[in-house]
Design a protein around this ligand. Structure first.
Ligand code: AMP
Length: 618
């Protein structure tokens, strides 16, 4: 399989000597690193002080987008225009996020529970991919300033528990930021690489990576053999981290002094000041035994012993997760060779001591726990660049493979740079009632619309039993062997009908042509993404229009004249919006329709349930 050395900014083929950067795209902070004279280093801000870029995006009054430290101040003053924790939304549907909506200070949109979430800022809608791309662009600019050269290739890390959709979303964000994402790697894998684990081809080991950040915790158990990392298990809590330590301290001081926050500006400011003092206390107690400060003329004190007692139950929860991860991997603590610490909160001595005690060995904590993931990503990037001759690169597939879905969109099943042989699958369904045939068209390439990619073949799955749209379960599997032969299988799981095809993925395409396809995809990323969001919004709107029409015909008797007229008016507006080309106005029209019809739907459902129940009694 080919690895293509090209300069993506000029489009010229050249030696693969240009730097590939490693990026840790984090929930709270992100950072970028690269290998300089054999040593991984994280890139600092212009003042040369801080390597962390807060993962915060602020939309200023003058439409400017502000990212990082400069955006942080707006979290309290303009929460509705300031987006944080966007990583939590990557590849998620509204249904996934419903119970956590109150956690976010900004508005997450989508009442249609199955589709992907968007964020509304003023009158525009942004996908988590677009927002992450803004953070990645900031990192790209930071390293370009540092290197005084353009950078276009990157390795980006994601949590080991990220699913396909979340990984694909991260890839798309990279592409949109003008980066050719050579590989997505797991954060625990990167952290291990930073400690040199996995770089010796002859060594094999089993390790635990304990990652406690500001707002999330996860533990991963990995097995490494011949430089290949296998995730044996992961466990964690996506809402547990150092912020909870701060909160425990705030609660303690409040109780001690009998504070009560007023629901006004002053109350908010006092709460914020206490929170900052609590974080300062926590950090101080990582190296000292006591802490004292004054907040609004009150003396706030804390000893290390008191702090340890406060966070003990939280630390205990992380230890329970570790035990569960070991159990899931069918291992005991004795099977673990090393424990790697990641995340700012692992600086807390009680955390370190408790983890070391659980695993019965000292933990690896010499590398800065905030930077360790990005540094490891930079090491992996250097290996990909071919600079480390001792390490064998596994063969990878040079272009993504996927199928055509609604509206001519490309749905990637095996992303480019996946190891070969490789196997992946996904489930689909029908879009029309009674549909008995499904065309499966296989494409190769990086563009969002199949018409811009290369068609490898197609076949028709026939004999699907007629069912309402959405009911059939059609599994499509891609099996790519080491010689680049791709077998595509489609099977309707309820009836068992199946069909398959074999194609040669590299047949009739030269390295130059592949390089050109990659360059095109990056150059057209923004435009492609816009077309994709428009088509997705239209597909979604069409589904909603169908359900709204069905709803009106089936429930006319239960609705008032006025409700029917208003619903029809809103569906008409949505229909008109779908004929235009502005995704934001389609989203807004969907929003309006959903907002109006949701209470009606609930009411109708209640009546139907009551009727069903009384029917039963008779
Ligand atoms: P991360 O998400 O990995 O950047 O971790 C950020 C978390 O680490 C925040 O909750 C910080 O308050 C915490 N943190 C940073 N430095 C220290 C320190 N010296 N001692 C304790 N916690 C820290």
């Amino acid at each position: 399989m080919a690895r293509i050395p090209i300069n993506l900014s000029t489009g010229k083929l050249e030696q693969a000597s240009n730097i590939i950067v490693g990026i840790d795209l984090g929930t709270t902070n992100s950072l970028v690193a690269y290998l300089k004279e054999g040593k991984a280093r994280a890139v600092s801000d212009e003042a040369g002080k801080n390597s962390l870029v807060p993962s915060i995006v602020h939309f200023a009054q003058d439409e400017r987008v502000v990212v990082g430290e400069k955006a942080r101040a707006f979290l309290t003053t303009e929460p509705q225009n300031t987006i944080y924790s966007v990583k939590r939304l990557m590849g998620k549907s509204y249904k996934d996020m419903e119970e956590h909506q109150q956690y976010f200070g900004y508005k997450i949109i989508d009442e249609d529970t199955e589709s992907l979430v968007k964020v509304r800022v003023k009158d525009k809608f942004y996908t988590p991919i677009e927002l992450s791309a803004m953070i990645l662009k900031e990192l790209k600019q930071r390293i370009e300033r540092d290197l005084k050269a353009s950078v276009s290739k990157a390795v980006i890390t994601v949590p080991a528990y990220f699913n396909d959709a979340q990984r694909q979303a991260t890839r798309d964000a990279g592409k949109l930021a003008g980066l050719d994402v050579l590989r997505i790697i797991n954060e625990p894998t990167a952290a291990s690489l930073a400690y040199g684990i996995g770089l010796d081809m002859d060594a094999s080991s089993t390790i635990a990576v304990y990652d406690l950040g500001g707002g999330t915790f996860d533990i991963s158990i990995l097995h490494i053999e011949q430089g290949i990392f296998e995730v044996l298990s992961t466990h964690g809590d996506t809402f547990l981290g150092g912020d909870d330590f701060d909160k425990a301290i705030v609660d303690y001081w409040m109780e001690e002094h009998g504070f009560n926050f007023e629901e006004n500006e002053q109350g908010k400011r006092f709460q914020q000041a206490l929170r900052l003092a609590a974080e300062q206390a926590k950090k101080t107690l990582s190296t000292r035994d006591d802490f004292q400060t004054t907040v609004a003329a009150y003396t706030c004190k804390l000893t290390k012993e008191q702090f340890n007692a406060l966070i003990q139950p939280l630390v205990e929860r992380t230890l329970q997760s570790c035990k569960q991860a070991l159990k899931d991997a069918k291992l005991t603590v004795d099977d673990i060779d090393n424990v790697v610490m990641v995340g700012g909160s692992t600086r807390v001595p009680l955390v370190k001591e408790s983890v070391a005690a659980l695993f019965g060995k000292p933990v690896f904590d010499e590398v800065n726990p905030d930077e360790v993931v990005a540094l490891g990503a930079a090491i992996q990037a250097d290996v990909l660049a071919g600079n480390n001759k001792d390490i064998l690169l596994l063969d990878v597939t040079p272009l993504s493979l996927g199928i055509e879905t609604m509206g001519g969109l490309m749905d990637v099943i095996i992303p480019r740079n996946s190891k070969v042989p490789s196997k992946a699958g996904r489930q689909y369904t029908t879009s029309v009632d009674g549909q008995t045939r499904l065309k499966v068209a296989v494409f190769q390439g990086e563009r969002d619309l199949v018409k811009d990619n290369r068609k490898l073949g197609e076949f028709i799955l026939e004999g699907i039993p007629p069912m309402p749209a959405g009911l059939p379960k059609i599994e499509i599997q891609f099996i790519l062997d080491a010689d680049g032969i791709l077998q595509v299988k489609a099977k309707e799981l309820r009836s068992g009908v199946e069909q398959s095809i074999k194609v040669r993925s590299t047949y009739g395409i030269s390295e130059e042509e592949m390089a050109k396809m990659l360059i095109d995809s990056i150059q057209n990323a923004k435009q492609d993404m816009e077309v994709r969001s428009l088509l997705e919004a239209r597909n979604e709107a069409n589904n909603i229009l169908l359900s709204a029409d069905k709803f009106l015909t089936q429930n006319a008797a239960l609705l008032s004249e006025e409700e029917i007229t208003k619903t029809k008016e809103l569906t008409n507006l949505l229909r008109i919006a779908t004929e235009e080309t502005d995704k934001d106005s389609i989203n807004a029209a969907m929003d309006n329709l959903n907002e109006f019809t949701n209470p009606l739907a609930h009411r109708v459902m209640d009546v139907n349930i009551k009727e069903a129940l009384s029917g039963k009694k008779v």
